[in-house]
Design a protein around this ligand. Structure first.
Ligand SMILES: CC(C)(COP(=O)(O)OP(=O)(O)OC[C@H]1O[C@@H](n2cnc3c(N)ncnc32)[C@H](O)[C@@H]1OP(=O)(O)O)[C@@H](O)C(=O)NCCC(=O)NCCS
Length: 224
């Protein structure tokens, strides 16, 4: 299971290597070729943005501790309740549901922690995998425009999508919780539903959950 954490300069070297692949930056505003030290510069700006409350960049971390990509909110305007979602992963990590999971955790952070009302996303019309990720989260197309970038031989159509907090479709985020004891061995009369725990999900949000033990030491709890 992946986790996401605020990006720091410790993540920069691994992410720099991933972003030097043109497949990763092809549809994005990032420069090509990706210049040496660019990720460190990007994260330094992101750290300042986090302090200002305008930009939240997360590193996506694999179970072995390696960063596999980023998920982010930019142009956050707390007063207006708006922000823009983005994400990108190293080529070797595509196709495993990571973007859906990381985008979902970041959207949950936006709506539940920052209390934003609307998220926007801008996605290339040819970027079908990303459009699918956004559709799963409830994003709907709002408008289109042609964008010119020197790295593209001709203008490319971009789609502007938006989701409101009430239209957001949270994805299942299963977490295995180790109870540390066998609930079937509880003394008679102890109501399992009374056993409440506070769990922290990958977005850093805490959830108050009732545990209905099925007689095993591990229980799987899904968010939200
Ligand atoms: C786009 C990107 C983030 C997707 O990451 P990912 O981890 O492969 O995404 P997921 O596995 O969570 O989901 C991809 C979905 O798109 C679908 N998909 C993949 N290729 C597709 C295609 N060519 N046409 C239609 N759907 C496609 C997958 O089947 C999956 O949908 P499903 O869960 O319903 O089966 C990844 O390719 C990437 O990092 N690209 C470079 C950066 C980028 O483009 N970022 C987005 C900017 S808007």
């Amino acid at each position: 299971m992946i986790s996401i954490e605020p990006a720091t300069l410790a993540h920069a070297p691994a992410l720099q290597t991933l972003f030097e692949d043109r497949d990763v930056t092809e549809h994005l505003a990032f420069p090509e070729p990706y210049p040496p030290g660019e990720m460190a510069r990007y994260i330094t700006t992101a750290i300042a943005g986090r302090q200002a409350g305008t930009r939240y960049v997360f590193a996506v971390i694999e179970p072995d501790g390696q960063p596999s990509g980023i998920a982010l909110l930019k142009d956050v305007d707390a007063r207006a309740g708006t922000g823009e979602l983005g994400y990108a992963f190293g080529r070797a990590y595509w196709g495993g549901g990571r973007a859906t999971a990381a985008a979902d955790a970041t959207a949950a952070f936006a709506f539940e922690t920052l209390k934003l009302k609307t998220l926007r996303a801008v996605c290339g019309a040819m970027n079908l995998a990303s459009l699918r990720v956004l559709a799963k989260l409830g994003f709907v197309e709002e408008s289109r425009f042609d964008e010119v970038r020197t790295k593209w031989p001709e203008p490319r159509q971009q789609i502007v999508l938006r989701v409101r907090s009430f239209g957001y479709v949270p994805q299942m985020r299963p977490v295995t919780l180790t109870l540390g004891f066998d609930p079937s061995k509880l003394p008679p009369g102890v109501p399992l539903s009374a056993m409440r725990v506070l769990l922290t999900d990958p977005a850093g949000d805490t959830h108050d959950k009732s545990i209905w033990g099925k007689g095993t030491v591990d229980e799987t709890v899904s968010f939200p």
